[in-house]
Design a protein around this ligand. Structure first.
Ligand SMILES: [Ca+2]
Length: 70
């Protein structure tokens, strides 16, 4: 289980354009880095779409995604 510090680090590392929010692609890479996506790939897109606003998510949403897919 990743700590909050790990999640923050991965979030920032995968915010490729450094705009503070993650697109679907950025979030997918970040969750893969956490090792979460492999466990439950099929629901990731649904979860992302439910949490995102205008196609992007912030850190709070990313934390939820990390937990949802853990
Ligand atoms: Ca971004």
């Amino acid at each position: 289980m990743a700590s909050i510090d790990d999640i923050r680090k991965v979030y920032e590392q995968h915010d490729d354009d450094k705009n503070g929010v993650l697109t679907f692609q950025e979030a997918q890479s970040a969750l893969q880095a956490l090792g979460n996506l492999a466990r439950n790939p099929s629901s990731f897109e649904d979860d992302f779409n439910r949490l995102s606003k205008n196609g992007v998510i912030g850190f709070d949403e990313f934390k939820q995604l990390a937990n949802l897919t853990a």
